[in-house]
Each structure stands twice: as structure tokens, then as C-alpha cells.
Design a protein around this ligand. Structure first.
Ligand code: GCB
Length: 610
């Protein structure tokens, strides 16, 4: 493991006792790859019988393991005792969560072993191979042909292992132990309002590179009006001649690596069209280092704040947004494909959105790529949610690592304008130190985007109709974002008319959540909870209230679609679903959908930017 990420990853490895993990080869999507998606044989192993022996000693800790399902063995003779057999076990789709593929696994929180066999012929002498996972929730131990490749912790970000020299021509056995047990010290912790989908929930690929590979790169239009692009390429392997090209703009820039394999470059984008929601122009960019090539589609835009304004390409913009979980309600399953991303973002577009909050963890890579094509701005976040072990250094290292992997993967996507550090965290010195450290880390990785966190409103101690937004985190964030539930968790919708707000910051305000549950198809009067009329009235009154906040520059109501949540028990209404969606679990729009749609149509007409 080399280069700029190694310090933070080593810190993670040593403080948590985990094995070191390799940095992701982020541009998997820009390379030709052998897909390892499809049916994988699985063994459901609630007692981790394939991982530890009856003394709870890990099989893979032995120099020459004699047991463990990762050996993927067959009895050598009819008398040998072996109590597992992948070939005769059930199978599941990858990418996919296990919960939605088998009724018995709906609430399952423990280990599932996945196994996939594949043949492989290298394309060139000296080529290197990597096995790449888009994500596995929550921890993954990975084995190839019986030997451990490594381990990854964190359910929503990519990881890879180099397997050069370890592949056979036929019948490679790739085994992954995926475990989604919730743990108090993890990120997220044990308590969330979303489904704990387990499994290999994202694409798995085999990548091949020449001996020198482009390990990482960044290409970013710098804030300001001079259209300066700066960036770097990071090589892994002996130095090679490097080039960045944008043929449509006749740009070709050579770069020379320093001793650590890193080359910086800078050029001006003369005559280029900037990326924006109304014209999401993407340029084909090729990056070359010797025999290694990446081909990407990249948009160039700037995002800045000035006082209470958010400036996209120098012009003030209102963010007409909606929140999203990475879930396809029609399947009650994790969203996994580009088609899922198009469906969700297409619904947001129909609502009149130019912006989406990808809550509450990094979504799959397709979301940002499809948003780049469609011209939808994004807020991306990490699962530092509610309570976290703020004083635990391993918890911090884990959160920072997830953030690093997210930024490394998506920093070249024009659609992403905001990195968000946390959601609804209780104010305390330890929490503020933890999140401020994440902010400082983010600024070193990416100085070109806005930083936020979904904070909270509090009632004024003497006047409950007055809401205050005050949080020491705003000292370091570019935006003042907060969730508020007046009319649902706090009072009733009619209270919106009386509400007063104290927000003493000259920064853009984004209301990152508001909303209430409605069962699609349940009708009644506007005072009856869980009816579509209640929800529609709540939206009408909330929008009228929030429009009076002078610094308001964006909204992401909670939420586009109903989503599964194990915290929601009301029979015949919730049945394990959070019903705050504007779209029901069957895809039907609720009344509040058109309330927000009309509001956004008016906002779009008022604004010069769509
Ligand atoms: C919130 C949380 C979100 C929940 C939502 C709710 O404040 O940020 O994760 O799902 O409220 O429905 O209660």
C-alpha cells in the first residue's frame, strides 16, 4: 500500500486492530473489466461456523488453515467429514442485498458466505489484476483460492485487492464472508431509521492494468472566473510518460511524475461549455500513463458561496431538492443498477428538482454518474448518524476512511456539489471535535466543494413557537443545513403559520429534511394523521413557513419514496415502512407530490437557473 492515503489507513489499521486495506482503484468504471456479477452460491452462517472454531479462534489466523469455508473444499475421500458444500448450496444475485431475495433473510443480521468460480486468461505479459468490490455491507473478508486477500470495513464504499500472480486459468474460487451485524462502535452505530441490507450490494469486477497503473486522479475547475483546471495523476508502478487530453477542446497536456509517482497539471478551459442542470455538458477526457488509459466523461463547473448565496458557475441558484435512500421501493430492495438510478433520479426530475440529497450514506457509483448525465446536483454524505462513539479513535478512523473512499471515488463528478459530514448529531464538545476533524480532512482532499452537515432546530426555552438554529459546527461548514419536523414530531401543521425562526448566520440555509407519513391511498381530512391530505397540508404549510427564512437557498424534503425501516410498526399503515415518501411503495404519487411540484415550478420560473 502506497502514497497519500497510506497514513490514514495505517492509523485505522493500528487503532482498530483491523488488517490494512488497500486504497480503491477508483476509476473502475472508466476501465474495461470482467464482470463478476451474477449468481453466487451462498451459505447462511449465523454462528460464523465457517470463520471460527469451537474455541472462537479464527480459522484464517492460522499460517496454514485447516478449516474454514473459504477453503471451498470437497471431501478428499468418501470417509472425510466436511459439513459444507458451496456447489449444493443456494445462490443469490450479486449485486443485491440478501434481505429482499429470500423471505427468511428479511431481518437477518450476521454472516453469509458468497462464492463465485471464474476462469481467467491474462491479456498481456506483465499485466496486473485487481478484484474490485463496489461495496459490501458491513464488513467483508475476501479469499481467493483459499488464501486471504484482506478485509474491508464500512458498508457503502469501494475496495479492491491486487491479485497479480494469484489467478489460475480455470476454476478460481473467490469467497467472501459478508457480515452485517450492527455494532455500537461502528459507523453507523446500532440505531438507524433504514433497513440494514446485507450482502454484496454492489458490482464486483476483475480489472486488469499494465505494470504501471493510474491509481488515482483529480481534474477540477478551480473556484473563480479564470477557468483554470488543476489536477493530478497518481501512478502505481515505474514512472511513465503521462498525458491528459480533451479532444473536443483540443487540449493535450503532458505531465511528469515526481519521485512518488505523482504528477500535477494545470490548464485553462478556453471556449468550453460549463456543466449545469440546464445544460449538463460532459467532455470525453482521456488520461494516459504509458500503456494505461482511462476514458471518462467529465463536466466542469464551479460551486461557491457568497454571503447567503450559492453560486453555480458564478450565478445564484436555488436548490430544488428531495432526499433519497438507495432503495428501489418497487422491489423493496437496495437500488443497484444504472436503471435504478435513472428511475429514482427521473422521479426527482418529474418533481421539478435540480438537486438531490443522497441520504444517509454513500450511494452506489451509478447515482452520481447518472446525475452527471441528467444535470442533477447532489449532496453526498457518510453515515455519521445520530449517536456515534465520539470518543473512540477507531470509530473516528472508520468514519474518516469511509469519507476518504467516497471522495476518492466521486471527486470527478460535476453533479456532487456538497460533502456532508453527519446527520442530526447531539451537540457536545466530543461530537463537535470529531466532526470538525472530518471537515478539516475533507478540505485537504477536496478544496473545491461545499461542506455541510444536517444539523437540528431547537425550540426557544421561553417561547416554543420560536425555533433556533445554533450549532458550533457552523464555524467550519459552508452551509447552515438542518432538519425540522414542525407539524409532525413537533406540534401540528397549523403551527407553521405561527412559527418564528432565529438563524443568525450570513450563510446559505438549506433545510435538509421536513415531512410526515402518509399511506398512499388512505384519504381523510387534513387533521387525520397518515392520510394523504394530512401530508399535503403539512407540505403546503411548511413551504409557506420556510420561504420566509431570508437565507433559504434550498430544500430536500424527507423523502422521495417510502422506504423500509425496522422502527416503523403501526399495523396496516407502516408495516415496516417509513411512509414519508411522496411516492408510495407501489410507485403511485401521493397528493403532496403535486404540492411540492407546484412549489418548485414557481421557484424555477422565478430563477434564471433551472
Ligand atoms: C430524521 C432522520 C431520518 C428519518 C426521519 C424520520 O430526522 O434524519 O433518517 O428517517 O427523520 O422519518 O423520522
Amino acid at each position: 500500500m502506497k502514497y497519500w492515503l497510506c497514513l490514514s489507513l495505517l492509523a485505522l489499521a493500528s487503532s482498530s486492530g483491523l488488517q490494512a486495506i488497500e486504497t480503491p482503484l477508483i476509476h473502475a468504471a472508466a476501465r474495461e473489466a470482467l464482470s463478476l456479477n451474477g449468481r453466487w452460491h451462498v451459505i447462511v452462517d449465523p454462528y460464523d461456523n465457517g470463520y471460527v472454531n469451537y474455541r472462537l479462534e479464527r480459522f484464517d489466523a492460522a499460517a496454514k488453515p485447516t478449516g474454514g469455508y473459504f477453503l471451498d473444499r470437497k471431501p478428499a475421500s468418501p470417509s472425510e467429514l466436511l459439513e459444507y458444500d458451496f456447489d449444493r448450496s443456494a445462490s443469490l444475485n450479486v449485486p443485491g442485498d440478501w434481505n429482499s431475495q429470500d423471505d427468511k433473510l428479511l431481518y437477518y443480521e450476521s454472516t453469509v458466505w458468497y462464492r463465485r468460480l471464474f476462469d481467467f486468461t491474462p491479456h498481456a505479459d506483465g499485466a496486473r489484476q485487481f478484484i474490485y468490490f463496489g461495496g459490501a455491507n458491513y464488513e467483508a473478508d475476501v479469499y481467493l483460492n483459499g488464501a486471504k486477500l484482506g478485509r474491508h470495513v464500512g458498508g457503502f464504499t469501494p475496495f479492491q485487492f491486487e491479485v497479480t500472480g494469484k489467478l489460475r486459468a480455470t476454476r478460481n474460487s473467490l469467497v467472501v464472508r459478508v457480515n452485517n451485524q450492527r455494532r455500537p462502535e461502528a459507523v453507523p452505530t446500532v440505531n438507524t431509521d433504514w433497513w440494514n441490507y446485507g450482502g454484496l450490494t454492489r458490482d464486483v469486477m476483475l480489472l486488469e492494468t499494465p505494470a504501471t497503473a493510474i491509481r488515482d486522479y483529480a481534474l477540477q475547475l478551480q473556484p473563480g472566473a479564470d477557468r483554470r483546471v488543476s489536477g493530478y495523476m497518481q501512478l502505481d508502478g515505474p514512472a511513465q510518460p503521462m498525458k491528459v487530453e480533451i479532444p473536443e477542446l483540443k487540449i493535450a497536456v503532458a505531465a511528469v511524475a515526481d519521485g512518488s509517482g505523482r504528477a500535477s497539471f494545470e490548464f485553462h478551459l478556453t471556449g468550453a461549455e460549463l456543466w449545469s442542470p440546464e445544460s449538463p455538458k460532459l467532455y470525453t477526457v482521456t488520461l494516459t500513463a504509458g500503456a494505461d488509459h482511462l476514458t471518462e466523461k467529465i463536466g466542469f463547473r464551479t460551486i461557491e458561496t457568497r454571503g447567503a448565496d450559492i453560486l453555480l458557475n458564478g450565478k445564484s441558484i436555488f436548490l430544488r431538492g428531495i432526499s433519497l435512500h438507495e432503495e428501489n421501493p418497487l422491489r423493496g430492495a437496495r437500488a443497484t443498477t444504472p436503471a435504478d438510478a435513472r428511475q429514482l433520479l427521473g422521479w426527482a426530475r418529474e418533481l421539478g428538482c435540480n438537486y438531490v440529497r443522497l441520504a444517509h450514506y454513500p450511494h452506489n457509483e451509478h447515482m452520481a454518474r447518472v446525475a452527471d448525465e441528467m444535470g442533477i446536483l447532489l449532496w453526498a454524505e457518510v453515515p455519521v448518524y445520530w449517536t456515534i462513539h465520539w470518543d473512540n479513535p477507531a470509530t473516528y478512523a472508520n468514519a474518516e476512511n469511509q469519507l476518504t473512499e467516497l471522495i476518492t471515488r466521486d471527486r470527478n463528478r460535476a453533479s456532487i456539489i456538497i460533502w456532508s459530514m453527519a446527520n442530526e448529531t447531539p451537540i457536545s464538545p466530543a461530537r463537535t471535535t470529531f466532526i470538525k476533524k472530518l471537515v478539516a480532512h475533507t478540505r485537504t482532499l477536496d478544496p473545491t466543494r461545499l461542506i455541510s452537515a444536517a444539523m437540528e432546530r431547537h425550540s426557544h426555552p421561553e417561547d416554543p413557537s420560536t425555533s433556533i438554529v445554533e450549532d458550533p459546527l457552523t464555524e467550519v461548514t459552508d452551509l447552515v443545513s438542518f432538519n425540522q419536523y414542525i407539524g409532525w414530531y413537533v406540534g401540528l401543521p397549523d403551527d407553521c403559520a405561527k412559527a418564528k425562526w432565529i438563524i443568525n448566520y450570513n450563510k446559505p440555509v438549506i433545510v435538509s429534511e421536513f415531512g410526515g407519513d402518509a399511506l398512499q391511498g388512505l384519504h381523510g381530512d387534513r387533521r387525520t394523521r397518515f392520510t394523504e391530505e394530512f401530508q399535503a397540508d403539512l407540505y403546503r404549510q411548511t413551504l409557506a413557513m420556510l420561504e420566509n427564512i431570508p437565507q433559504l437557498r434550498g430544500l430536500t424534503p424527507w423523502i422521495l419514496c417510502d422506504f423500509r425501516s425496522p422502527r416503523r410498526h403501526l399495523p396496516n399503515i407502516q408495516d415496516g415502512w417509513n411512509r414519508k415518501g411522496l411516492i408510495g411503495e407501489n410507485g403511485t404519487r401521493k397528493l403532496a407530490f403535486s404540492v411540492l411540484q407546484e412549489f418548485y415550478a414557481r421557484k424555477a420560473a422565478e430563477s434564471s437557473v433551472r
